[in-house]
Structure formats: C-alpha cells, structure tokens
Design a protein around this ligand. Structure first.
Ligand SMILES: NC(=O)NCCC[C@H](N)C(=O)O
Length: 283
C-alpha cells in the first residue's frame, strides 16, 4: 500500500513533490507561453533556480517535507509536477499527458511511486492540473479537450463515482490550458476563480457545495493569478505577482506565502502546477 493519500485540496500539506528547473525552458505548448515567447528571451538558469528555491522555501515554511523528482534534460516542463500524476485518498493516479513534449514525464513518476498507483489513466488524456478534490466525496475534473479530454475525464469520474463520490466534469475552452488556470481552492469553503470565464452553472454548483469564490479577472488569471496552492491551517502559496489576489486572500484572514515565480507563470504554470501534493492531513 502507498503512504501517499490526499483527501482534499485544503488539508494540511505534509509532503509534496517538486522537480528542480535544471532543464526548464519555454516551448510553445500553450497560449500563455506562446505570448511569452513572442516577447522574451529564454530565462537564465540561475534566475529559474532562485525562483524555484523561493517556492521550496515557502513549502518548507508551511510545514511540508519536499520530495524531489530528478529532472531530465529532454523534458523541459518536468518542473510542473502537478500534471503527470496526482494523489487521491486511495493513492496516486498516473495521468496521461496530452502534449508529446511532456509524455516522457511518466517515466520518472512511475519510478518515484515505484509503480504503486491506485489507477492508471488509459482512456483519452488526463492531466493533474484539471483535477480538483474540493472536499472528501466531491471532485471536479476539467475537460477542455486541449489537455484532459472527455474520455480521460470520464474514466477518472467513473473510478471516483464507483467509490461513492460525486465527480463533476467541467467543460471549458482549451485557451485556458488547465482548470487550475481558472480555479483553485484556497481553504475549506473558499476558492479563487475566474468568474468572468467560468460557467455560471459551475459557480452555482460550487455555491451549492458551500464553496465561495474570490473573483480573479481574466487578465490576472492568464498571468496564473488563480493558480494557488493551499497549505492548510489558513495558509496558501500564491505568486508574488498576484498582488491584488494576495491582498484579497489576506483580507480573508489567510497567511499568504508569496514566492517570486514570474519565470514559471510566463510558461503557463504557478504554485499549483509546480507542486504535486503527496500527503495531506485532515481536510
Ligand atoms: N497544471 C498546469 O496548469 N500546469 C502548467 C503546465 C504548463 C506547461 N508549460 C504546459 O504547457 O504543459
């Protein structure tokens, strides 16, 4: 049996998986990074390492043990550990990445988990950035077709429903890459969400589950403003660039740890994408 279990996005984070950005570079895989590539030179390795170290420091400060996936030279986006596998209350699920440039990431996560997965995605495509366990018993799976597709989302939803869970599949435009570009949990009953873009029916469903949303405007969401990581215990990691959101989170009484992550958000991923929670305590 695996030691890794995560029952919600908001329990106290005790263990998390990251991957150092030794081989990170921007490649044109999503709308956000395409915009970056049109305007900027590739980021300097030392600057990437410094920003990633700020993230790791915040995770440790939040009380988590940080586990490290060894980076591989031919996989520039391994730093976004959220997507290749994710953890459920029954153990890790091996995802099925859509982009050819990222598919090889499966190898290192299989090694890390020593092949001990609860389930392995085998229908369509499924990426961890589209999966949110809102609270025990309730999950939402984003399906844009660009990354996670309906077949991949339905397969995961079926596994969760077989355990008696409610699993909602939320369809959205592939322009937004992953659902965690538009929505993340901050604390029990509190999310951050790009309410301009998300379907009102989804927002109503969240409200019906007792989840209130701090609104994030479209422009900020495309700068990864919604892409936060709840640490539990009233703490969150949110990129320093998300100044307005961070003020709103603090006004809610949350402690915000705000590493500088501009080089990673320019590639289409913030604190949520750069971390794969392995174990959380409580909900
Ligand atoms: N969960 C996420 O939104 N992950 C970010 C992935 C960004 C990466 N540049 C990609 O295009 O796959």
């Amino acid at each position: 049996m695996t030691a890794w279990t995560v029952a919600s996005e908001t329990g106290a984070l005790t263990d998390v998986l990251v991957c150092p950005p030794d081989h990170y570079r921007w490649i044109p895989t999503n709308t956000i990074v395409k915009r970056t590539l049109a305007e900027a030179q590739q980021p300097a390795p030392l600057a990437l390492a410094a920003q990633h170290a700020e993230l790791v420091h915040a995770l440790r400060q939040g009380g988590a043990t940080v586990h490290v996936l060894p980076p591989e030279p031919h996989l520039p986006y391994m730093a976004y550990t959220r997507d290749s596998a994710f953890v459920t209350p029954w153990g890790p699920v091996l995802a099925q990445l859509e982009r050819p440039q990222r598919r090889g990431e499966y190898a290192a996560v299989i090694d890390f988990h020593q092949g001990r997965f609860w389930r392995k995605s085998s229908a369509g495509t499924l990426e961890g950035g589209d999966v949110h366990i809102l609270k025990p018993g309730v999950a939402v799976i984003g399906a844009s077709g660009g990354r996670t597709d309906l077949a991949g989302a339905e397969q995961l939803a079926g596994w969760l429903r077989a355990e008696g869970w409610e699993a909602r599949i939320e369809v959205f435009d592939e322009h937004f890459l992953h659902l965690d570009v538009l929505f993340c949990m901050a604390a029990p009953g509190l999310a951050v969400a790009c309410t301009d873009v998300l379907d009102p029916a989804f927002l109503a469903w969240l409200a019906g589950h007792g989840i209130r949303c701090i609104p994030v405007p479209y422009r900020d969401a495309m700068a990864l403003g919604c892409n936060i990581l709840a640490l539990g215990g009233g703490r969150v990691v949110s990129a320093r660039g998300s100044a307005a959101l961070n003020a709103a989170l603090r006004a809610e009484g949350l402690a915000v740890l705000d590493p500088e992550l501009s080089l990673f958000t320019a590639g289409g991923g913030g604190p949520h994408c750069l971390t794969c929670p392995l174990r959380r305590e409580g909900t």
